[in-house]
Design a protein. Sequence first.
Length: 309
Amino acid sequence: MRVVVALGGNALARRGEPMTADRLRANVKATCQALAGLAREHELVITHGNGPQVGLLALQNLAYQDVAAYPLDILGAETQGMIGYVVQQELTNALAGDREVAAVITTTVVSEDDPAFERPTKLIGPQYSAQDAAEAAAEYRWTIAKDGKAFRRVVPSPDPVRIVQTPLVRLLLENGLLVVCVGGGGVPVKTDNKGRQTGMQAVVDKDLASAALAAELEADTLIMLTDGDYVSENWGTPEQRDILTASPEAISQLAFAEGSMQPKVDAAIRVAKAGGRALIGPLDRLDDLLARKVGTEIRPDVAEGIVYV
């Protein structure tokens, strides 16, 4: 199969952990060991988030005031190189060198007229208390939103139109390589009528960008790994119902948390409508997810619409 695996933030940094290089490597190593079996048998593309890391780099930027802070597009490219390097190395180690792994810095075309630029929703950086968040918002002119019981910075998250380097990724897959790309959704860019690219100040959702890539590659499956067992209707309420399988049409009628599960569902819908299937489930139970013992599957041929657990 041709499979795109999108690693959620929990694959890189656990909640509450310090965002150190050692913790990043330890988490990625465990993730790559879990993916090794899949990587040995299939054409595999790994994508990943960068929200905590790009926010950390932005904070580090602000600590040095002799030069202007680097913009988000350059920080996004920096995180692709940083995280891609670690994933490339740890996956190569997990496979004992049996497969060659290439990390590619990718750009994602977005529309400069996307309404997301007027309504930031993408969570980045560390969590703050209410007081610290208010102080950071005032000092840096950030937009702040709730993230569970804490607060985080939010930035624009425009929809991906296409992944510029898809032909390169396809070429690498056809030549037997495993590919790490679309880190943090890819660097958002706009293009003019001559094909020239200009970076945009935003962070593209990695699940939506991974779905765009999967559709363009005609991948069989998109797997979005997270820390939840299922996509759940009415999550966190007494009426919560876990979804086992759904058609894209049926699940599109439900609403989910905008900053977390909704982009995953939207990504799954995009892939299913292109003829593939999408799996959403826990990283630490990947084998069970593939065996359909846990997690949510969205595919075009579910006659019942939605099947609950």
